[in-house]
Ligand binder design. Structure first.
Ligand SMILES: Cc1cc2nc3c(=O)[nH]c(=O)nc-3n(C[C@H](O)[C@H](O)[C@H](O)COP(=O)(O)OP(=O)(O)OC[C@H]3O[C@@H](n4cnc5c(N)ncnc54)[C@H](O)[C@@H]3O)c2cc1C
Length: 394
């Protein structure tokens, strides 16, 4: 059973937490991974899209049981219905079975030596002076304390652990999108190897509707929107109602959740503490994907923690190497993507239409990586009303 002392205690067995736990365990540390849900990964709060390059970050091959559908491109629709197709000509991403994937990641952490505990809810953090020294948790009504040299908050978008520890991770409301999704079956999908994205201020204000196929007749059909007078559900219902190929389908799951789309944190550490994943707003601001970012941050965090524990110094000064590395490897890039989001969300439907006419699939591939922004700026510059926005990108 659970011991009372570990090198590292990780709160939350999502992709971020399981990654920190696995890499720390692989480097020989004693790790406890605590997850409040009774079944890791369920219910899912995700459209389950993952780019193929994310597997490299994991350092593991993703097993077939975790993959519902391989993807080789995307079809992106302007408000007027015109589209651009991005075709990679090979598998470039997956639609996962997130419930299977998250559980597999936690199992891999356990196989590496971490102790994983489901249905174990962290209720507070332990502190000694300025240092975080562990957590208080509950399992089946039993309350106990777990001490650790480093406590990791990987408790997702609604993170409380950082706040309890004394690190203010409050995000601005403008940086939180509302996600609402139906997993549907009995629908028609033209090409299940493509994801379908629909933009427009009437369709999804400051966001988009997605169809992420999980086979020929099954998909996650969802929406992410910014602050709006109407809830995300209103827009998704309208979208589905207007499309016979979707309207005829059944809803087998309803998935909801907030998505942080910006507001990256300069500081993510305290004495004996750090925060990863959604809890640290580490999500790609343009498409809202956070699984890859959680793994990337989890890996960086684990290397810093391992070094700190080995050196017997888990002070914030030592752990702040995580801030430096994350900003260098992920943060600078994500901040550029955030600037792109800030431009795209200000475009009118007419401007979105003309943008889709001026761009190619290859341009979109570049933008999604945060590159090629000068080309986008030069297109926007041609429209007098958009010059100010365009300058934001250069
Ligand atoms: C509608 C929607 C669609 C999305 N689609 C995609 C997509 O297609 N692709 C993509 O990459 N991302 C997508 N995301 C974002 C993605 O789901 C997150 O970015 C990702 O799950 C972040 O991983 P994480 O490990 O940081 O947090 P999470 O996966 O949220 O894991 C946090 C874990 O901490 C646990 N926890 C919380 N509090 C406690 C506590 N007190 N004690 C113990 N455990 C606790 C939670 O139960 C949870 O299991 C989507 C999000 C939403 C809402």
């Amino acid at each position: 059973m659970l011991e009372s002392r570990y090198d590292v205690v990780v709160v939350g067995a999502g992709p971020g937490g399981s990654t920190v736990a696995r890499f720390c365990a692989e480097s020989g540390l004693e790790v406890a991974l605590l997850e409040k849900r009774q079944e890791i990964g369920s219910p899912k709060r995700c459209a389950e899209g993952l780019s193929a390059d994310s597997a490299k970050l994991l350092g593991l091959e993703i097993p077939k049981k975790c993959i519902a559908q391989e993807i080789d491109g995307a079809v992106i629709f302007a408000p007027n219905g015109k589209s651009i197709t991005v075709d990679y000509g090979k598998t470039s991403g997956y639609i996962l079975e997130r419930k299977v994937y998250d559980k597999w990641l936690a199992e891999e952490a356990a196989r590496a030596g971490a102790r994983v505990f489901a249905k174990t809810k962290v209720t507070s953090v332990l502190k000694s002076g300025s240092s975080v020294t562990g957590v208080t948790a509950e399992f089946e009504g039993e309350r106990f304390e777990v001490e650790a040299s480093v406590t990791v908050a990987a408790d997702g978008v609604e993170s409380k652990v950082s706040r309890w520890a004394g690190l203010d991770t409050t995000n601005r409301l403008v940086n939180i999108d509302s996600g609402y999704q139906w997993e549907m079956v009995g629908i028609d999908i033209e090409d299940p190897r493509k994801i379908y994205l629909y933009f427009g201020n009437e369709i999804a204000p400051r966001g988009y509707v997605w169809i992420f196929p999980k086979g020929k007749d099954k998909a996650n059909v969802g929406i992410g929107i910014g602050l709006s007078n109407r809830p995300a559900k209103y827009y998704l219902e309208k979208f589905v109602r207007e499309r016979p190929e979707l309207r005829k389908g059944s809803i087998t799951e309803v998935n909801t959740g907030g998505i942080p789309v910006g507001g990256f944190l300069k500081n993510m550490v305290l004495d004996g503490f750090l925060v990863v994943g959604d809890a640290a707003h580490q999500v790609n601001p343009i498409h809202g994907g956070g699984m890859k970012e959680a793994v990337a941050a989890g890996r960086i965090a684990a290397s810093v923690i391992s070094e700190a524990v080995e050196a017997g110094d888990t002070s914030s000064e030592k752990l702040s190497r995580y801030n430096e590395l994350w900003w260098k490897e992920r943060g600078e890039h994500l901040r550029r993507v955030e600037r792109l989001r800030q431009v795209v969300e200000k475009l009118s439907d007419e401007e979105l239409n003309s943008l889709v006419e001026s761009l190619t699939g290859d341009d979109l591939v570049e933008f999604s990586k945060g590159a090629g922004l000068k080309k986008l700026a030069s297109i926007l510059m041609k429209k007098p009303g958009l010059v100010k926005l365009a300058r934001h990108l250069i």
